[in-house]
Design a protein around this ligand. Structure first.
Ligand SMILES: [Zn+2]
Ligand SMILES: [Zn+2]
Ligand SMILES: [Zn+2]
Ligand SMILES: [Zn+2]
Ligand SMILES: [Zn+2]
Length: 328
């Protein structure tokens, strides 16, 4: 009975594991979005000018972080990212923007997907004058060059902690072909380690060398992801910033560096409210159609075409007529 059961048991175990994972992920993301509001920890925002603000993070997006001080009667204070040097909980602008997009995912602008900006039409996002730009003469493919960190070996560098690694200490190859290293301590004590122990720490605190387990910094790998190329092995070309061409700034977007305010949402990153939303809720929900937002445009346009009315100016009665018309 047991053998034929095992495949299904196995798959149900996999399903169970997936469910657990899913619940964990959902809990984690809920926890993250709640972190920005209720259960937010008290953080200290260090400004570039040396001053700091302390409080609960009540809002954060691409532009600024808003904190509420614990002191009674204090108003929430917003600090633009341009002025922020560091936030004590490690929150970065990228994370704040990503979280903001996640929190607003149902109403993000369709054109820019919440990015608030679009590629400049004149320079196609390069930020360079299209009339005057020339190929970057640095040899590279796609604007990227080999990682500039000379310690980088295929996207990895030696762990900065003193865990066992070939590049530190004296390693001797013994008759078995493996490399060994000897640590000498107080009172003639010694410890022999082999290359099989790369990534482990050696504790010498009491003068006697002892193995102290996997290095937590590199998780026992003796190497960490190269901080320069983030493990990519390539970095954006320094000369052309990865664009592939060089030239004077684009006359249209200038300091925007190839980006302009998204015209569709006016730079808010959010879908502008459909005009019909001022009408009675049942009618507007009806007009939007069962498909929700996607149908809004077409059905709304249909109504306008059929009735010659613009939805928000219509009294509710004519909208109902319009609805009947559209349904027949
Ligand atoms: Zn431009
Ligand atoms: Zn290490
Ligand atoms: Zn690298
Ligand atoms: Zn280049
Ligand atoms: Zn937009």
């Amino acid at each position: 009975m047991t053998p034929p059961m095992s495949p299904s048991r196995h798959s149900s175990a996999v399903v169970a594991a997936l469910i657990v994972l899913l619940v964990m992920t959902m809990t984690a993301s809920r926890a993250l979005s709640q972190a920005a509001t209720r259960s937010a920890p008290i953080v200290t925002i260090a400004r570039a000018d040396g001053t700091s603000v302390r409080g609960k993070v009540v809002a954060a997006d691409r532009d600024q972080v808003t904190v509420q001080s614990a002191a009674p009667g204090e108003k929430p204070q917003s600090v633009p990212w341009d002025q922020i040097k560091r936030i004590s909980n490690g929150l970065t602008r990228e994370q704040a923007h990503a979280q903001w997009k996640e929190d607003n995912r149902h109403r993000l602008c369709d054109a820019c997907a919440g990015e608030r900006v679009a590629d400049c039409a004149t320079c196609h996002g390069t930020g360079q004058d299209p009339e005057q730009r020339t190929e970057c003469n640095t040899r590279h493919g796609g604007g990227r060059i080999a990682c500039t960190n000379d310690k980088c070996d295929r996207g990895k560098v030696d762990c900065p902690k003193p865990c066992l690694k070939l590049s530190q200490g004296q390693w001797i190859t013994k008759s078995d072909g493996k490399k060994y290293r000897t640590f000498r301590g107080r009172g003639g004590s010694s410890l022999d380690v082999s290359e099989g122990q790369f990534g482990e720490l050696v504790d010498m605190n009491d003068g006697v060398p002892k193995l102290a387990g996997k290095c937590p910094e590199c998780n026992g790998m003796a190497k960490i992801t190269c901080p320069t190329c983030k493990g990519e092995q390539t970095v954006a070309c320094v000369r052309c910033a990865g664009v592939g061409t060089v030239g004077p700034p684009c006359p249209a977007c200038g300091a925007g560096k190839g980006k302009v305010k998204c015209e569709t949402c006016g730079g808010s990153g959010l879908r502008t409210k459909p005009r019909a939303s001022t009408a009675a809720p049942t009618t507007s929900a009806r007009a939007r159609g069962p498909g929700g937002d996607e149908g809004a445009g077409s059905r709304g346009e249909l109504l306008v075409r059929l009735t010659g009315f613009l939805a928000p100016r219509c009294p509710t009665s004519s909208l109902s007529e319009a609805k009947d018309l559209a349904d027949t």
